[in-house]
Design a protein around this ligand. Sequence first.
Ligand SMILES: Cc1ncc(COP(=O)(O)O)c(C=O)c1O
Length: 360
Amino acid sequence: MHGGNIHYLMRNTNLNSSDWVDFSANINPLGLSSELTDLFYQSIAEAVHYPDPDYHDLYRATAVCFGCDEKHILLGNGAVDVLYQWLHKMSPRKAIIPAPTFSEYEKALKGVNAEIIYATLHQDNNFDITAEMLAPLLTKDIDLVVLCNPNNPTGRIIPSEEMDKILRLVLSHKCYLMVDEAFMDFIEDGDKQTLISKINALPQVSVLRSFTKIFAMPGIRLGAVVAGNSQLIAQCKEEAVPWKINAVANAFHRYINTDDAKEYTIKTRHLITKERQWLYNHLSALQQLKVINGAANYLLVHWKDNNRTVAELRERLLQSGIVIRDCSTFIGLDERWFRVAVKNRNENERLVSAIKDNID
Ligand SMILES: Cc1ncc(COP(=O)(O)O)c(C=O)c1O
């Protein structure tokens, strides 16, 4: 179960997608930039041909964007696509993942019969991931640690100094580290926080990136693994299903390094920083709620009412045209947690007002 399933809502309520604001998926509230929209429309003409099976231009453009050699990059139909392919290739026997975190790591690891050890994150520590909590779990037989930075659903970022400690710890155990940075583009100093710049020197480390969130194109889809181990990447390319990136997504190579893309990212980061603070302040002001102070484009919220559940609140908010993410399906969270995306001010105001009306 994921956020953003407007199709399920349309099938199961009498509402249309134009009747609600979807806070359950963490997509850039600025939407598709007009330049990118035009490019996608134009690229429809290319749909009559098979896309380049080598995605030559797309690999070159993403290499420039990530500042690394193409041989370190594996592209696919969204981050989730390459996550599955990458974990299948690595085939770990025993892996550590945090709890709570994005559910697809567990699913993909179960798919390769890996044993999973959960690193339980604690509310009284803001759900932070630390080297100290990972250390006792890192037994000799662990061959992979998967982290999400910033983590979904907590929004908490692992500070660079802590990440360095984690790197030292994991590398000394000679196991692999995969860090999902699907939301890193929304962070003001995300370019400094990313592990991509360290990839060349670290064959055990890989980073998962997504273009779908920041460029508001989850329906077009494009994602990447950037990994130090270029041999494994080469094998994945050889074994990949052909033409898995469609002609429209492939046309993204003409946009990715443009001034428009850079300005759009900067504008998004400013908007998110300002609006997240506004939303944090206004939700925290409600005494029934405890908001985790995240750094990403979403916030995790605890409803302190012991007698009612978020499922109930979610149903009520739906009637006001607001969709939130009930987080009870995340391992480590119960039915009193929900997640909301940070959006534009008028939408955020609508959210706060609807929550106020429904939590008393
Ligand atoms: C942490 C995280 N990683 C990856 C993804 C998937 O990204 P994509 O749409 O590029 O497959 C999601 C989607 O919700 C996510 O939350």
